[in-house]
Design a protein around this ligand. Structure first.
Ligand code: APR
Length: 174
């Protein structure tokens, strides 16, 4: 069974042990998926975020899920796209790897990701999807504690990009 699933939906509805938030380095909320997660979780999420003193790009910090159906929210600031020669690809891979590491540390078995950095941060979607899928599959190969990772794509274009990226890896791994 494929331990990485690609779906379309709203990540605030996910009942996974953890959902990942495409945050910014202040961790004080914003628009996009960050705004949706804070709205659904309620004000206690921001209160806990305030105690974390921000988070560097590519790193990941966890909070409780509060009114969300998940147990934890793992906040990770993705890289802002600045043309591609400022280490953006490595930083995006760090977001996925460090979020999975935090999930393992918390004993999570299931985790859901949004498409980090491909909205307001303008990271090119096709390249971001390849980085995400490659990083997640590499992590899953050496970490059997994580049973299921779900990419939750908000729109059809994002869904197609992640399905394509997964299909490409299955061809090369075959
Ligand atoms: N569920 C799942 N995905 C969502 C949801 C949702 N409820 N809402 C938005 N998305 C998708 C967007 O459509 C996009 O594909 O999340 C992806 C990431 O887009 P952004 O939320 O804009 O995140 P990002 O590009 O990483 O920019 C982060 O935006 O909201 C601010 O505070 C945030 O400054 C930070 C920046």
């Amino acid at each position: 069974m494929n331990r990485l699933q690609i779906t379309q939906g709203d990540i605030t509805h996910c009942t996974t042990d953890a959902i990942v938030n495409a945050a910014n380095t202040t961790l004080l909320g914003g628009g996009g998926v960050d705004g949706a997660i804070h709205r659904a979780a309620g004000p206690e999420l921001l209160a806990e975020c305030r105690t974390l003193n921000g988070c560097n790009t590519g790193e990941a910090k966890a909070t409780k899920g509060y009114r969300l159906p998940c147990r934890y929210v793992i906040h990770t600031p993705g890289p802002i796209w600045r043309g591609g020669d400022h280490g953006e690809a490595d930083k995006l891979a760090d977001c996925y790897r460090n979020s999975l590491t935090v999930a393992s540390t918390l004993g999570c078995k299931t985790i859901a990701f949004p498409s980090i950095s491909t909205g307001v941060y303008h990271f090119p979607l096709t390249q971001a999807a390849r980085i995400a899928v490659k990083t997640i599959l590499t992590y899953l190969r050496t970490h059997n504690d994580i049973e299921q990772v779900t990419m939750v794509c908000f729109d059809k274009g994002t869904l197609a990009a992640y399905e394509q990226a997964l299909a490409e890896t299955e061809q090369t791994d075959a």
